[in-house]
Every structure is written in structure tokens, then in C-alpha cells.
Design a protein around this ligand. Structure first.
Ligand code: PA5
Length: 450
């Protein structure tokens, strides 16, 4: 059963239900293009069937490795960037206690998962290595291309640190690689060193890879139920099947609404959460939509906010700045914990008027009050309602967003599965660092900076 609902009531002052309905043909055609594999980037559609095609053998192999990591390590360091990082971080953060880094391993029942290779911060890696000096740990290194600079640098340092700690031979049994099945520097290294490897299928691009070992291995190692995550995704795969229509398929509805808003000049989508655990889910969404749609001079700019915190920083801009934005709010109907505002005899903080109310109810009223204020300020509002946060719901939500992203990209007229623009910074960085093979670029860039 679907645990996710798309509510468009609060966009109707700008886009009417009839206008959404009038997009039916265009949106359903975009979906057909996706399913009959006749569109751009059609060799990267493996993610469409991942939930129903993952095998028991693949899941068991992940679970076996997870047990090995759990038995040997207080910490698991996951090394990766972009699509090889954000999906697992999104799910782990969403499901974790916000303070899990302060809990003992016994309480957490799993190693603490830390991330590296998603930046080139010298202090970051130095501080991580210092923490690891007196901890037991394992490493999962993830890179589809096997050649990405940021994770490669982090892995080189971590590998040396682990080898210094345990000796080369023992370190090998604590390193796991997730990469391409037949090519790339990481695969070569893994084969040479004898690391256990997991394969990222050829036809699944980085940002669509959460439901491969890229996401599943770290998520399972953090102690979460990947079978339920996959089950949730499977449910959404069936709800959003290639034969479903605009009325019954939430991904199509969301894709239609954002394209309709874009055509009316709403060039920025702000995804808002009122639940701190979803911060990295928004980061994952930003990459999924930014890298998939932002090309050929087109695309909705995906931004993210954590409310209510950001109402005290970004609220003014959203309420009153240039009217080129729309907002999508992820609402959680049933948070798992219950806590109420206590009565206070002195009432000096004047809060007794909400004494006895659940914090969730206060948050809900903040959400509703903000939505109404933003709609009054000409910021149309899409609501994505999730019943709660658990593995099944997250699986549904991941698949929902992936499917909507692909349909939305095709509706916009771009290839949602490539990312040619990402190469520009890499070329300059390699030229500046003097990478062999980039001599011509080095000469050109020197002229630019002198
Ligand atoms: O979505 C994508 O393809 C990218 O964000 C990649 O995931 C990211 O650049 C990391 O690439 P790789 O896994 O090859 O190291």
C-alpha cells in the first residue's frame, strides 16, 4: 500500500487542476518513452527494475559482509562522492537517532558509519584519521568509474592508515569495494589486493544507484533493514508502473506539477523538511534533480531548507524575495516518538497555552502556518505526505522521486541520465594540478589566470 501522497491543493492559485489534467498526454508519453526505452540515455535505465530484480543471493552476500563488519569494527568508513555517497547517507540519517554518534555500539547494535571522500578538506580527513587511531574500523570504498579524485585521495590515506594499524594482510579483510564489474582503477586495485567486491550494474548511473550495493551495503551495515527498503521500493515500482496514468501515479503528478510551475516562471524548487533526520534526504534529492535536469540551458534549480530552523534565516527570502520559487514540503504524519510540552506553574515563558500538546502538533501548526503564509506570498506549495519514517516508506519515497525525476526530465526535453557539465571543473582541476595527459589544458588555463 502506498505510504506517500502528493497534494497539489496549494498550487492551484497558479496552476489549476484543469491545467494539470491538460498535461496528461505529455506526461504519460514521457513515461512511455522511459518504459519502451526510446528516449535519451536509454542505456541507463537499469534502476527502473532494480527493486523487483534484486536477487536473494545479492542480498545475502551483503548481509554476510555486514555481519563480518559488525563483528570486527566499531566504525565503518564509507568512501564515495555524489551518487556513490548521498543515497546511503540520506537513508542512514533518516533512520538513525539524531545523536547516534554519542551512543555506544551496544546501544546502536551496529558500527557507527562515518563518511569520507565527499570533500577534499584537509582538516576533515586529518580529524577522521585521528579518531580512527584508537578505534577498530572497516572501509567500504565506492566508485563506479573507479577514478574519481576525491574518494581516491581519501581511500589512499585510509588504506595506509588501516595497513599501518593491522598490517597489510589483515587490513585486506576489512576493505570492501563497490565498483564497475569490468573496468576502472578501483577494480584493478581491488583485484590486485584481493578485496571482496560488489558490482554496480552498467545500466545504473550513480544518482540512481541507492538500491544497488552502493546504498544497500552501508545502509545494512548501519543496522537497517534493506529487505524492507527494497520491499517499499517494489511497492512504488508497481504503483508507478509503465501502464499507470496521471490520476493513479504520484510520480507523474509531481512531474506534471513541477513542469507546469516551471512554465509559469517558477525556476527554483525549494524542498523543505520539518524533520531534522531528513536533511541528507534533501541533499540526495538535490543531486538527483540538479544533475538530471540542469542542462541545455534548462532546469529547475533544486534548493533545500530545514524548517523551522531555516525560517529564521531563509524565511524572509522565501516570503518576500523574487517570486521565482515554488516549495515542496515533505510532511511526516506519524513520527515514532511522543513527547508533550509540560505545564509550568510560573509560566514565565508564556507557553502554558500549548501545555499538553505534542511537539509534533506544534510542528504541524508551524508547517501549516508557513505553507499558508508562503502561498499568500505567491509561493505555490506541493506537499509530499509520508505516513512515517521507516525503511519501507523510504524505499517507496526513493523510487517515487527517481521515477518522477526521469519523467520530469523527459518532459523538459533533456537527457536525465548524463552529467556532461560535471567534467568542466575536473578538467580545470587536473590542468591546475598538472595531471599527465592534460598538458594542453594546463597551458590554456595558465593564460586565463595570468
Ligand atoms: O550521479 C552520478 O553519476 C555522479 O554523481 C557520480 O555518482 C559521482 O560523480 C561519483 O562517481 P563515481 O561513483 O564514478 O566515483
Amino acid at each position: 500500500m502506498s505510504q506517500l501522497k502528493v497534494n497539489l491543493d496549494k498550487i492551484h492559485n497558479l496552476v489549476s487542476p484543469d491545467e494539470i489534467k491538460s498535461m496528461q498526454k505529455e506526461i504519460e508519453e514521457a513515461q512511455a518513452t522511459l518504459h519502451n526505452k526510446s528516449g535519451k540515455g536509454n542505456d541507463y535505465l537499469g534502476w527502473l527494475n532494480l527493486p523487483s530484480e534484486i536477487t536473494e543471493e545479492e542480498i545475502s552476500s551483503i548481509e554476510e559482509t555486514v555481519q563480518q563488519i559488525n563483528e570486527s569494527s566499531e566504525i565503518l568508513v564509507v568512501v564515495g562522492i555524489g551518487g556513490s555517497y548521498l543515497g546511503s547517507r540520506a537513508v542512514i540519517d533518516a533512520l538513525s537517532n539524531n545523536f547516534s554518534y554519542l551512543l555506544s555500539k551496544e546501544k546502536r547494535k551496529a558500527p557507527l558509519v562515518l563518511f569520507a571522500g565527499q570533500n577534499i578538506g584537509e582538516d576533515y580527513i586529518h580529524e577522521l584519521l585521528s579518531i580512527l587511531d584508537d578505534k577498530t574500523y572497516s572501509i567500504v570504498v565506492i566508485s563506479k568509474s573507479g577514478t574519481t579524485t576525491e574518494p581516491a585521495i581519501a581511500f589512499r590515506l585510509l588504506k595506509q592508515h588501516l595497513e599501518n594499524k593491522h598490517g597489510k594482510e589483515k587490513a585486506k579483510s576489512r576493505i570492501f569495494a563497490v565498483t564497475d564489474k569490468s573496468k576502472g582503477a578501483l577494480l584493478e586495485l581491488a583485484n590486485q589486493e584481493g578485496y571482496k567486491t560488489f558490482v554496480i550494474p552498467d545500466d545504473v548511473g550513480g544518482r540512481f544507484s541507492v538500491l544497488t550495493p552502493v546504498g544497500l551495503l552501508p545502509i545494512a551495515a548501519a543496522g537497517f533493514n534493506i529487505r524492507e527498503l527494497i520491499n517499499g521500493a517494489k511497492t512504488m515500482q508497481s504503483i508507478t508502473s509503465g501502464t499507470s496514468n496521471l490520476d493513479e501515479n504520484p510520480s507523474l503528478l509531481y512531474a506534471a506539477a513541477r513542469n507546469a510551475l516551471y512554465k509559469k516562471g517558477k525556476k527554483i524548487e525549494i524542498l523543505a523538511t520539518y524533520t531534522p533526520n531528513l536533511h541528507y534526504f534533501i541533499e540526495w534529492w538535490k543531486q538527483l534533480y540538479g544533475e538530471s535536469e540542469g542542462k541545455d540551458g534548462k532546469g529547475i534549480f533544486p534548493a533545500g531548507v530545514d524548517f523551522t530552523s531555516d525560517l529564521h534565516s531563509m524565511g524572509q527570502m522565501i516570503q518576500d524575495g523574487e517570486r521565482n520559487i515554488f516549495e515542496t514540503v515533505i510532511k511526516i504524519t506519524n513520527p515514532k516518538n511522543k513527547i508533550t510540552v509540560p505545564e509550568d506553574a510560573n509560566n514565565l515563558d508564556k507557553l502554558n497555552y500549548i501545555a499538553g500538546k505534542r511537539i509534533h502538533e506544534v510542528n504541524d501548526m508551524a508547517t501549516l502556518g508557513t505553507i499558508l503564509a508562503h502561498v499568500d506570498g505567491n509561493v505555490p506549495n506541493i506537499q509530499i505526505e509520508l505516513s512515517s519514517i521507516n525503511e519501507n516508506v523510504l524505499g517507496q519515497t526513493i523510487y517515487f522521486y527517481e521515477k518522477a525525476c526521469a519523467v520530469s526530465g523527459y518532459t523538459l526535453g533533456v537527457n536525465p541520465f548524463d552529467q556532461p557539465g560535471v567534467e568542466a571543473y575536473k578538467k580545470n582541476m587536473f590542468a591546475l594540478l598538472g595531471k599527465p595527459g592534460f598538458e594542453k589544458e594546463t597551458e590554456e588555463i595558465r593564460k586565463k589566470i595570468n
